[in-house]
Design a protein around this ligand. Structure first.
Ligand SMILES: Cc1ncc(COP(=O)(O)O)c(C=O)c1O
Length: 446
């Protein structure tokens, strides 16, 4: 769609001369979910117009194609260009750079040489191999526990597990037939998906008073009560007070589940995440996480007591009826060892985190309360955030503009993920680019 048409459509829409249900300037992807009175093909057409509108304004900075591997620099085909450009990248969760580590690659190659490229079946009926068994044991031991179960992604580790263990009876409010999930409102989308078929209450992010109120009100009304939090929160990069939350949950007869997808390998002296930071190994009832971030591969896991793990192995549908991970996960066995064998990557990562974070703060940017490798720069509104993303890309800096529904509408931001493999030169380039865009967009508090 031409830029002129989109512009005219917008003006006509404003003058009520053209039927435009959604104001594209203020819209987010969420606005196109489940539109009243429109069938899915009409909705998809309107969504296509929105994508074209973003593209025409160089604001469709998603699904950018990279011609090179994950790294601190990537060769990208930028929107509107037909040739690639090298950019400094702050979009990868490969915090320790392990997806490119020679020893990890060697382990992946060895896995493929020994076992081929696929596992051939779901776990209960022929797809459970020695490397799955070893990985289950290794990730459990990493957290000083005995048993773990693997899922194909971190997303399903959350969604499938919660769906399997928590239930709601819409026809009968009897406490014996109803469970409840009590969520920190900032938990990941996979948790929200997992609790669609149970009762749900949310509490304000990290707000212990409100959590206690919810727990008090839930007493005697439910069969299983489960408090679900992240360790590191994926949009703000801040951490949960796990000890206090676990104590409250247990005081009111609830269990606690922690998803530390962004904490593993990064946070804690030995990279065990926020659970290590808080020394809460014995307090957390269930740990969920992913191999896709600091461990440089793909897949998810749940760690819990042996009976719960066995229950999930035979009752959790997305585990039971889905083919197991490929032999390439043998790379994860090595990556887990490297967390202990080469702590220098974590030291380098934290040098970089502190350098970028302090540089942004000195320049007056609002980075919130991050305490991890996720660094947000708060912008505030959607159009400004999209424009900031565009200007940064133009300056050769690849970041993620994050907006509703990932964060609330007034909390739109640029999000960056720092890696151990960034150099000071990369980070200086980022800081200079922020200084320059601030002159145009006035993002700082100065
Ligand atoms: C907190 C959190 N949990 C779970 C996931 C899902 O993990 P995966 O990408 O491995 O599916 C993510 C992000 O990807 C996340 O940020």
């Amino acid at each position: 769609m031409s830029q002129l048409f989109i512009f005219l459509r917008h003006i006509l829409g404003k003058l009520n001369l053209y039927h435009m249900k959604i104001d594209f300037i203020k819209a987010s992807f969420k606005d196109f979910e489940n539109i009243e009175g429109q069938d899915i093909y009409e909705t998809a057409n309107e969504f296509q117009e929105y994508l074209d509108f973003l593209k025409a304004n160089s604001h469709l900075n998603y699904r950018i194609e990279s011609l090179t591997h994950v790294g601190p620099e990537m060769n990208l085909v930028l929107p509107g260009d037909d040739h690639p450009t090298w950019c400094v990248c702050l979009v990868s969760n490969d915090y320790l750079g392990f997806s490119q580590h020679p020893k990890v690659k060697e382990a992946v190659i060895r896995g493929i040489q020994l076992f081929g490229t696929g596992s051939g079946a779901s776990p209960a009926i022929g797809g459970h191999f020695i490397y799955h068994q070893q990985l289950e044991r290794k990730i459990a031991e990493f957290y000083k526990k005995k048993e773990a179960i693997l899922y194909t992604t971190g997303y399903t580790a959350n969604s499938a597990t919660l769906q399997c263990i928590l239930h709601r009876d819409d026809k009968n409010p009897d406490p014996n037939r109803n469970d409840i999930a009590i969520l920190d409102m900032n938990v990941h989308a996979s948790v929200y998906e997992g609790v669609l078929t149970t009762n749900v209450k949310t509490f304000l992010h990290n707000n212990l008073e409100m959590l206690e109120k919810v727990l008090k009100n839930s007493q005697d009304k439910y069969r299983t009560k489960m408090v679900i939090i992240d360790g590191v929160y994926s949009q703000d990069g801040d951490v949960a007070p796990i000890n206090e939350i676990a104590d409250l949950a247990h005081k009111y007869g609830a269990y606690i589940v922690v998803d530390d997808a962004h904490g593993i390998g990064v946070v804690g002296k030995n990279g065990r995440g926020v659970i290590e930071l808080d020394n809460a190994f014995d307090k957390v009832d269930m740990i969920t996480g992913t191999f896709s971030k600091a461990l440089g591969n793909i897949g998810g896991y749940v760690i819990a007591n042996p009976e719960i793990i066995n229950y999930l192995k035979f009752q959790s549908k997305q585990h039971l009826f889905s083919t197991t991970a490929t032999p390439a996960i043998m790379g994860i066995l090595k990556a887990i060892e490297l967390v202990d064998e080469e702590p220098e990557w974590r030291t380098k990562l934290w040098d970089n985190i502190n350098y970028l974070k302090n540089g942004l703060i000195e320049r007056g940017f609002d980075v919130g309360t991050t305490a991890s490798a996720v660094i947000p720069v708060k912008v505030g509104d959607i159009p400004k955030t999209l424009e900031a993303g565009r200007l940064l890309l133009k300056a050769g800096i690849y970041t993620n503009p994050i907006m509703y529904p990932a964060v609330s509408k007034k909390n739109a931001r640029i999000r960056m993920n720092v890696m151990a493999t960034h150099t000071k030169e990369h980070l200086d380039k980022v800081l200079n680019a922020f200084t320059n865009i601030d002159q145009k967009l006035h993002l700082t508090m100065k």
